[in-house]
Design a binder for this molecule. Structure first.
Ligand SMILES: [Zn+2]
Length: 532
């Protein structure tokens, strides 16, 4: 997998994730095996013998009765020639090397072992001939993840952005071309965009001056689970962004977010969801700034870097006045961090099944300018992007960085910029009702923060993963993360004048509807129950 040569803690952590998941799956299996083997005592009798294998599991498979080592059912429990039950990869063919002991399989690589007759159902060669089984290695929780070995890289997105800027209409997004982008340009106007993954359409946009229609199909089944409609006025100013997400199984609407622009830096947000597969119903409604900030994420609270510049010039999107220039070197360093964040973050999203979002991260990168703005509001923190319409190939957009507070630590820079890029991919804002919640709770219940954490925080939790992927925290890949900070059912009062976080859902249901102004209003649960 092309990695680039940057020394990246977060990269190491991100790649460690699947290994950690694997180790946990195997460790769980091994714990069961220890119980099963208690009393056998072969280790005691042979202290100098080889150490028992680390990949043991409790119950071996037989033909017609497969016993899996992982929930994704990619890894099989098999009785080895030495008598241990071991986790092995499911053979994709019966024509593998035959053996008598695991030593016979050593030449195939580390961890290969010899099975026992009738572990599987092969007829050619017959099932009663033992054969070599590959180790499970990293358990792939997304076995169907497309473009697995060809993620976006800093080099590939730089090259693609340069080619697009030079007028190209078709570029590889990843070094091997598995992710590919093409656009249709009519009289200098980008009218259509298509992103493919392994030759299949994973995302696309159709644009007119006043409307953009977007689709995404991360699982490449031909059904778009993500639909976006953006409307603009005759002057090209965004009026409304509506994103509807569908349940990939039932193909019914699961969530919808409608952001209506009400001012230069103001919007009205309506969030609807269909919790039990029923009709969409309102779960949140609020006014929020369009300036999507990182706020006080833990990783952003790093040392301050550079001296401030004087604010000058004309206002950009969201009314932010840029500085006349960035402090020397800062814009270049920020752009480098942005490239790394886009590549690493894209790899992470793709590895967790968000192929369309992963590729869109690279495409949105084409249009980003790093703009220094010491005048960013203090509550915006070190960086901000003016949402929600930032998927427009006909208009570049700024990521504002505040030289006074932009972190100096490279990993923190990447985290901050990945956060802003996530806003461009999900078009999700931050529910202000969560501002009153403890930071961990806020992060776990906010999709941009949760995805940022899942990909860049070594202490990411099951709830970060579940909120990012809109999946259950109790199933792969989320079940292998750390325990959630969100443990009790909290609540958010949906009454506009009392839109606030309550640590106790019960207390919320008491306080929220009290008084005339909030009569009849209910609480939204802040929790991450195990679904299904
Ligand atoms: Zn944000």
């Amino acid at each position: 997998m092309p990695r680039g040569d940057f020394d990246s803690l977060t990269r190491a952590l991100a790649t460690t994730q699947s290994r950690r998941e694997a180790v946990r799956v195997l460790a769980g299996a091994a714990a069961g095996a220890v119980l099963a083997y208690l009393g056998v005592g072969c280790g005691k009798d042979d202290p100098a013998g080889p150490a028992p294998p680390q990949d043991q599991c409790p119950t071996p498979s037989t033909c017609g009765d497969r016993q899996y080592c992982n929930e994704a059912q990619t890894c099989l429990c098999v009785k080895s020639a030495e008598g241990y039950n071991r986790c092995g990869a499911i053979p994709t063919t019966c024509h593998v090397q035959l053996c008598q002991t695991s030593a016979d399989c050593a030449g195939l690589g580390e961890g290969f072992f010899c099975d026992t007759p009738n572990s599987g159902c092969c007829t050619d060669p017959p099932a009663d001939l033992p054969r070599c089984i590959a180790p499970c290695g990293d358990v792939d929780n997304n076995p169907g993840t497309v473009c697995d070995g060809d993620p976006l890289s800093t080099g590939s997105i730089q090259a693609a952005a340069a080619a697009i800027a030079g007028g190209a209409t078709e570029v590889d997004l990843s070094p091997g071309g598995c992710y590919h982008y093409r656009r249709t340009v009519v009289n200098g106007f980008v009218a259509a965009e298509v992103i493919t993954a392994d030759g299949k359409r994973v995302a696309g946009w159709d644009h007119t001056p006043t409307q953009s229609n977007g689709t995404r199909d991360s699982d490449l089944d031909g059904f778009s689970e993500w639909l976006a409609l953006i409307t603009r006025d005759a002057a090209g100013q965004t009026q409304k962004v509506t994103v509807t997400e569908y349940d990939p199984t039932t193909r019914t609407p699961a969530r919808r977010r409608t952001q209506t622009i009400t001012g230069a830096n103001e919007m009205h947000v309506l969030v609807e969801a269909a919790p039990d597969g029923g009709a969409l119903e309102k779960v949140a409604e609020y006014d929020a700034p369009r300036l999507q900030e990182v706020g006080l994420d833990p990783l952003a609270a790093a040392a301050r870097a550079v001296t401030p510049a004087v604010a000058q010039g004309t206002p950009g999107p969201c009314g932010v006045v840029p500085d006349a220039s960035c402090p020397p070197g800062l814009a270049d360093a920020a752009r480098q961090a942005l490239e790394q964040a886009a590549a690493e973050g894209s790899d992470c999203l793709a590895a967790h099944g968000l192929a369309a979002e992963a590729a869109s991260l690279g495409v949105n990168y084409f249009m980003v300018d790093i703009v220094c703005a010491s005048s960013l509001p203090a509550e915006s923190g070190p960086a901000a992007v003016c949402g929600p319409d930032v998927s427009n190939p006909n208009e570049r957009f700024p990521i504002y960085i505040n030289p006074n507070s932009f972190p100096s630590d490279p990993a923190a820079r990447r985290s901050v910029l990945f956060h802003e890029m996530l806003h461009t991919v999900f078009t999700e804002d931050h529910d202000p009702a969560l501002n009153a919640a403890p930071p961990d709770i806020r992060r776990e219940n906010d999709r941009v923060r949760a995805c940022n954490s899942m990909c860049m925080n070594p202490n990411a939790t099951k709830c970060d993963c579940a909120t990012c992927l809109q999946k259950s925290k109790c199933e792969p890949p989320c079940d292998s993360f750390q325990g959630c900070a969100t443990k009790n059912e909290a609540g958010i009062c949906l009454c506009p004048s009392r839109m606030n976080y309550y640590p106790s859902f019960t207390q919320c249901t008491v306080d929220c509807p009290s008084g005339l102004a909030c009569f009849g209003f209910q609480c939204r649960k802040v929790s991450n129950p195990c679904m299904g």
